[in-house]
Structures are given as C-alpha cells and as structure tokens.
Design a protein around this ligand. Structure first.
Ligand code: GAR
Length: 202
C-alpha cells in the first residue's frame, strides 16, 4: 500500500509558494506526500534554485523550444508519468493547461490563486495583475484560494480559502506580499496535505 503520494510542483517564477511547501514538508505539515519533482516552464525561475537547495529533482520544459503548447504538454505528461506523480501542484505556474492535460490527471491537479474565487480570476488574472484589479475595484477584503484544476481557468472545485484585509494606502506589491504571508503560504501546504491524505485512500 502507498504511504506517500509523489508530488510534482509546477513553477514559473520566484517560487515562494514552492518554498512554503518545502518548509511544510520539513516541519511535518505535509506527511502524506513527498515533493519528488519540480518542473519549470522558465529556465531562469528562482524556484529552480530553491528546489536544488532542497535536493529535489528539477526539469525545465520550454514551449518555445518544443514548438507548441501541445508538444509541451505531451512532454510534461511523459515526465510526470515517468516519475510516478500522484499530485500536481501549480504554484505560480503561469500557463493555462488544456483539457487533454487536465483530464489525464483528473482530481490530481491543484492550484493556488491570489484572490477569493470567483472574484478576480480566470484568463488574464495572474500574479500582480490580480491585486491591481482588486485595488482598482475597491474591495475591502481579498485573499487566496486553492482549488482543483479543470479545463476552465480557475474554475475547478474549491478546496480552501482564506480572507485578507485590504488596508488604506496598499499598493499591488504590498497587497501581494500580505496575501502570500497571511493566506497562500498557509493554505497551499494545508490543502496539499489534505488532498494527499484523501488520495492515499483511493
Ligand atoms: C503567487 O501569488 C500565486 O498565487 C500567483 O503567482 C504568484 C507566484 O509567486 N499565481 C497566479 O496568479 C496563478 N493564476 P511564487 O512564484 O513566489 O510562488
């Protein structure tokens, strides 16, 4: 019987959410899964350095080099299967995955999004842009969401959410940092453990 799910974390940038996952694994918050692979679609992502420091295998897949999104996804599926991955965590992964991909790993892909879905989400809402839009709209509360990934961008079933207050004078950068510290870095590891423990029962 399996006692740990092999986790792949998909990244594109700084990797602070990956770091939160690594820290949660070290402190025992994540115990039903083990991060065995980090895949980046950006060769310069600092997240790759974080993975290497934690002795986690890395892979870089570049759509530009591979020629198309379809070939990129085929190569990604091949890599994930070769590593016997049971859960895919999108942690700041800035690429929308096709239905073919999401169906291949149905119920086994989760994503962290920096707002309270269904606000400020969907195509075009990623990274700092999400916080810019929240400030522009004038909402007083925002937050983060971890959800399952299906073919609809940010449209899968919600697993966890946490609210964060907006303060007078917030800039997108200040708000992004608060949402990460008070929400993303807490709910992503907790949701990862929850989903892994449920997948162990399947
Ligand atoms: C995070 O805020 C994450 O929620 C967001 O990008 C940032 C990545 O930071 N993801 C999205 O907007 C996806 N739609 P990180 O690389 O430091 O984890």
């Amino acid at each position: 019987m399996l006692n740990q799910i092999n986790i792949a974390v998909l990244v594109s940038g700084g990797g602070t959410n990956l770091q939160a996952l690594i820290n949660a694994q070290d402190s025992g918050i994540i115990k039903s899964g083990k991060i065995t692979l980090v895949v980046s679609n950006n060769k310069d992502a600092y997240a790759l350095e974080r993975a290497k420091k934690a002795n986690i295998e890395t892979a870089v897949l570049l759509k530009k080099e591979l020629g198309s999104q379809e070939i990129f996804e085929d190569k990604l599926i091949e890599t994930l299967k070769a590593h016997n991955i049971g859960l895919i965590v999108l942690a700041g992964f800035m690429s929308i995955l096709s239905e073919k991909f999401t169906k291949t790993f149905e119920g086994r892909i989760i994503n962290v999004h920096p707002s309270l879905i269904p606000s400020f989400c969907g195509k075009g809402f990623y990274g700092l842009k999400v916080h810019e839009e929240a400030l522009k709209y004038g909402v007083k509360v925002t937050g983060a969401t971890v959800h399952f990934v299906n073919e609809i961008p940010d449209g899968g079933k919600i697993i966890m959410q946490k609210a964060v207050e907006i303060q007078d004078g917030d800039t997108p950068e200040v708000l992004q940092k608060r949402v990460m510290e008070q929400a993303e870095w807490i709910i992503l590891p907790n949701a990862t453990e929850k989903v892994c423990s449920e997948l162990l029962k399947v």
